[in-house]
Design a protein around this ligand. Structure first.
Ligand SMILES: NC(=O)c1ccc[n+]([C@@H]2O[C@H](COP(=O)([O-])OP(=O)(O)OC[C@H]3O[C@@H](n4cnc5c(N)ncnc54)[C@H](O)[C@@H]3O)[C@@H](O)[C@H]2O)c1
Length: 305
C-alpha cells in the first residue's frame, strides 16, 4: 500500500482482513505515519522504495500528483496495480502513464468502486434487461457530507476531476453509452477555499450520451445530514431510481464496494478474472471531466474528445 491517508488506511485494513492476503506492506512519504499504522493494524511498514521487491501487487493511494511516478515504478517491477482515481490530473500525462504500464505488461485497475456497489450493479441490470425501453434521461447526484480537508482542495483537480469523475465512470458503465457532450456550470456556496483555488463547491452538468439520451449530474461538497448519492434512469417504458442520503461519508457508504473492489483486485492479481476497471475506461471518464473544466471556464457546450 503506497499512502496510508484517508483512503489508503481503509484499503490497507480491508486487505489485511482477506484470507488470501498473506501480508500487507505499507509505505508513506511520512514514514512515521506508515509505522504508526503498521503498529495498529498488523501491517508491515517499509520505505516507499523498498516496497516493490517485497510484494506481489501494489495499491496506489497516495495523492494524485505522485500517482504517475509510483505507477512507473510498479510497472517497472511488472506488478499488478490498483491505482486510485484519477490516474493524473493532466489527461496527456495520464495517457502516457497508461501506455507506459501497458508496454511493460502490468495490469492496471483504476479505483472506481461504484462498479462494485449493489445499487449501481442493479441499475445496470435493469438497463441491460431492456426494462426501461428506450433510455431518454439520466440523473446522477454525488454530494459529500462535509468538504475535504482544505489542504486537499488544491491537489484535487477540482470538483469535475475529483468528484464528478465517479459519475462520468458509472453512467457509461450502467448505460453502456459514452458521454459525448457536456455543459457545466458551478457555484460557490460554502468554504472559501474552493473559490480561492478556482474551484466550485456546487456543480451541475448537462450531458448527452452517444445515442442522444440526455442527462444531468449534480455534485456538492457539503450536505450535513449525510452523503447523498443517487441515480435516476428513465426511458420510454419505465423509470428506475435508486440511492439517496445516508449517514456518514463516502468511506461508510461505499465500505462494502471498496472491499469488493479490493477483492476483485486480488483476484485480478492472481490471474482469475479480467480487469473490472481498466485504464481506458478511466481515461474516458477523465476526458469528460476535462470537457467540463473547459465548459465552465468558457461558458459553452463542449464535445468530449
Ligand atoms: N475512490 C474514491 O472514492 C476515493 C476517495 C478518496 C480519495 N481517493 C483518491 O485517493 C488518493 C489519496 O487520497 P486521500 O484522500 O487518501 O489523500 P490523503 O492526503 O489523506 O493521503 C495520502 C497519503 O499519501 C502519502 N504520500 C504522499 N506522497 C507519497 C508517496 N510518494 N509515496 C507514498 N505515500 C505518499 C501522504 O503522506 C498521505 O499519508 C487521491 O488520488 C484521491 O483522489 C479516492
Amino acid at each position: 500500500m503506497l499512502g496510508v491517508g484517508r483512503i489508503g488506511a481503509f484499503h490497507a485494513r480491508a486487505l489485511g482482513g482477506m484470507a488470501e492476503v498473506e501480508q500487507v506492506v505499507v509505505a508513506d512519504a511520512d514514514h512515521g505515519r506508515a509505522e504508526e499504522f503498521a503498529a495498529r493494524s498488523g501491517a508491515e511498514a517499509a520505505r516507499s522504495t523498498e516496497v516493490y521487491g517485497r510484494v506481489d501487487a501494489v495499491v496506489i493511494a497516495a495523492p494524485t500528483a505522485v500517482h504517475v511516478e509510483l505507477l512507473r515504478r510498479a510497472a517497472d517491477a511488472r506488478l499488478p496495480i490498483l491505482c486510485e482515481k484519477p490516474i493524473a490530473l493532466d489527461p496527456t500525462v495520464a495517457r502516457e502513464a497508461v501506455e507506459y504500464v501497458r508496454a511493460r505488461g502490468a495490469e492496471l485497475q483504476v479505483g472506481f468502486q461504484r462498479r462494485f456497489d449493489p445499487m449501481y450493479l442493479a441499475a445496470r441490470e435493469v438497463v441491460r434487461a431492456g426494462a426501461l425501453g428506450t433510455l431518454t434521461r439520466v440523473h446522477a447526484v454525488s454530494v459529500d457530507r462535509r468538504p475535504p480537508p482544505p489542504e486537499f482542495v488544491p491537489t484535487s483537480g477540482g470538483i469535475y476531476r475529483d468528484t464528478h469523475i465517479h459519475d462520468f465512470d458509472i453512467v457509461p458503465w450502467v448505460t453502456g453509452l459514452p458521454i459525448v457532450e457536456v455543459t457545466a456550470i458551478g457555484a460557490n456556496r460554502g468554504a472559501a477555499v474552493f473559490r480561492e483555488h478556482d474551484d466550485v463547491d456546487v456543480s451541475a452538468v448537462l450531458f448527452r450520451l452517444a445515442d442522444g439520451t440526455l442527462g444531468t449530474a449534480h455534485a456538492g461538497r457539503r450536505h450535513e445530514p449525510g452523503y447523498d448519492v443517487r441515480l435516476e434512469l428513465a426511458g420510454t417504458h419505465g423509470t428506475h431510481a435508486c440511492g439517496g442520503v445516508t449517514e456518514g461519508d463516502f468511506l461508510t457508504r461505499f465500505a462494502d464496494a471498496y472491499r469488493a473492489e479490493l477483492a476483485a483486485f486480488v483476484a485480478l492479481a492472481a490471474g482469475r478474472i479480467d480487469n473490472p476497471c481498466p485504464a481506458p475506461a478511466a481515461l474516458a471518464a477523465q476526458a469528460v471531466a476535462e470537457a467540463c473544466v473547459v465548459s465552465r471556464r468558457e461558458g459553452r457546450t463542449v464535445r468530449v474528445e
